[in-house]
Design a binder for this molecule. Sequence first.
Ligand code: ATP
Length: 242
Amino acid sequence: MGVKSAPSESAAATRIQRSVLVFGGSFDPVHNGHVALVQHFTKLLKVDEVRLVPAGQPWQKAGLKASAEQRIKMLELAFDGQLSVPYSIDQQEVERAATQIPSYTVDTLTNMRSQWGNAQLNEEIALILLIGADQFHNFATWKNWQQIFKLAHIVVAARPGYSLQLDTLPSEFAALWQQANGAIEDLKQCSFGKTWLETDLAWDISATRIRDELQQQGQTKETTSLIPRKVLDYLQVHHIYN
Ligand code: ATP
């Protein structure tokens, strides 16, 4: 009779049946940087599915210009035909905001996991939360941010103007981050709790800047190069920002 061995690293790896990339934002408006980011990480992390999560009522940002319906429509137009894996627009944060319940990422991820219910199924699905470097800086102000490390992996995209240095961040966050940070392959070994900093990105695109330029100058050569074509057509009809 053979001797039973403890589960090996590779056994753990095969437990992950599916990885889901979660990408939230105001998307006011969605821009080419958003699409490029999701395409980049879909390929890099070989994810099986993408969930785009428009924010309902971001508590750290002043009011949004576009309505939830308009932001959802722009997301649909921007991502149409752009991804090589199935994706969906998860409207839970918008729905919570409609009933005056603030939207927090920790609740969104908890809801995703509770939809799968079954503990074993949850162990088989890796959730990967994608954020930009600006959000990395704010992370330790998010509701129950420590809990997010127990729900998902966290990957950060570098962004011009935002450092990725941990020594400028709150020490509890920096320590937890460091402990979770390893090789990119680690994100395929377990279903949550690993982190990755993607330092080589430098897309200088921001929704705030696009909004300001559209408002002041309308669609210029500069802004049209930053927004997906179908979204531009939609904006030309709906004049959300000018
Ligand atoms: P704003 O200019 O108002 O901050 P934004 O361009 O960051 O808007 P959001 O919808 O708030 O757009 O962003 C959604 C997510 O995408 C956030 O995690 C943000 O950090 C990330 N992100 C957006 N643009 C970039 C970029 N150019 N490089 C890296 N991350 C980005």
